[in-house]
Write a protein that binds this ligand. Structure first.
Ligand SMILES: NC(=O)c1ccc[n+]([C@@H]2O[C@H](COP(=O)([O-])OP(=O)(O)OC[C@H]3O[C@@H](n4cnc5c(N)ncnc54)[C@H](O)[C@@H]3O)[C@@H](O)[C@H]2O)c1
Length: 349
């Protein structure tokens, strides 16, 4: 039988970032939608729910709730709300909310259009960009999911004012990560502006100061994703510091952002040890994080870290794929043999 390939496949594969100064600007963006359903973090609903005058499905943002069981609950509520193929799902909240709502939207009726309004710095610079969404299962994080791009990710810095400092610092680590990967100038400028911030309460002015840098970091991630959506190459750089960070989180239960800060500094020290990065630049990375008030050294013995890293999902065969730094603004990926890992990292903590 002769097959007929006379059809065209179009893919909606672009990453669309929008920004606004005030949450008042969100409603007009959705004015053309016939039916909007909002999946919103319950804390965010209390603070900003009135900006979203649509049917709202509340979720309690916790890693425990980022589960298939909760996905089924959300699907039930979407049905109750009359959500159909032509509806639009808007996710409003941090990375937990955008991850689970993005997954729900990408599988409900085999895919409904959706958009993101991230309300944490971490979600604005990282989690809500790139289309990776999903849930945890069997003790593994983000093990079930899809890569489906939202129609838009809307960055509104006004939401960040109410963030607890710990959550803000988590976003700062991911923002600086983007700059270590691709923007030398923003790395130094933003870390200088943020110096000492962890010791005080967030002010409106801090958010205004940091907003352009958050947008730059978001654009860096968006551009990388556009070039390598399915993580065959360059997108791997976004894992900078995360192999160490996941191992640290596992052993200490420390917040993700703090673990990422230590992870990036360990990656810098490893890069210097392997003569990829100068000692001077490795020290500058550490000074930037220390200046902000983030830890840069781990208290976990290398033996335990190495063991946890071998379990990490970036292992392929006998090698772990590490993102290393050539200079602030340029990273590379290198395989590191798991049998030499402990020896290699014993003095990096
Ligand atoms: N999909 C991706 O590419 C990607 C990338 C990085 C991280 N993630 C995921 O993101 C999640 C972490 O995201 P997160 O750090 O945003 O966590 P989160 O969603 O848990 O939010 C952190 C806390 O801040 C609260 N919050 C949210 N917005 C607020 C606001 N404006 N004011 C006050 N409080 C607010 C939340 O209720 C929560 O308690 C993890 O599950 C991680 O796996 C996904």
């Amino acid at each position: 039988m002769e097959l007929n390939f006379n059809f065209v496949v179009t893919m909606e594969n672009s990453v669309k970032l929008l920004s606004c100064f005030s949450p008042d600007e969100i409603e007009p963006l959705l004015s053309r939608e016939r039916h909007v359903v909002v999946i919103i973090d319950s804390k965010v609903k209390q603070l900003y729910g009135s900006y979203f005058p649509y049917t709202q499905i509340e979720i309690d943002a916790s890693e425990k709730n980022k589960s298939l069981e909760n996905l089924a609950v959300i699907a039930g509520k979407l049905m109750d709300a009359g959500t159909d193929r032509d509806s639009f799902i808007l996710a409003v909240g941090g990375g937990i909310t955008t991850d689970i709502a993005g997954f729900a939207a990408s599988v409900y009726f085999r895919g409904v259009r959706f958009g993101f309004v991230p309300t944490t710095l971490l979600a604005q610079v990282d989690a809500s960009i790139g289309g990776k969404n999903g849930v945890n299962s069997n003790g593994y994080k983000n093990i079930l999911g899809t890569i489906t791009q939202p129609q838009f990710t809307l960055l509104c810095p006004a939401f960040l004012q109410t963030l607890p400092m710990e959550e803000f610092l988590g976003g700062v680590s991911e923002m600086l990560k983007a700059f270590v990967i691709a923007d030398t100038d923003s790395f130094f400028k933003s870390s200088t502006l943020l110096s000492g911030i962890s010791k005080r309460k967030l002010q409106k002015e801090d958010i205004q100061t940091i907003a352009p840098y958050a947008q730059k970091a978001a654009s860096i991630k968006a551009a990388i994703v556009e070039r390598d959506m399915y993580e065959k190459g360059e997108r791997k750089h976004l894992n900078l510091g995360h192999t160490f960070a996941h191992a640290l989180e596992k052993h200490t239960g420390m917040p993700h952002g703090q673990a990422v800060a230590i992870g990036i500094c360990m990656a810098a020290r490893l890069s210097a040890k392997l003569s990829l990065l100068s000692d001077n630049e490795a020290n500058k990375i550490e000074e930037a994080f220390t200046g902000i008030g983030l830890e840069t050294h781990s208290s976990v013995p290398a033996r335990l870290l190495a063991k946890a890293m071998v379990m990490d999902k970036k292992k392929s065969g006998d090698n772990i794929s590490f993102v290393l730094i050539e200079r602030i603004g340029k990273c590379v990926t290198r395989p590191v043999n798991i049998y030499t890992l402990e020896e290699l990292i014993y003095d990096l903590s």
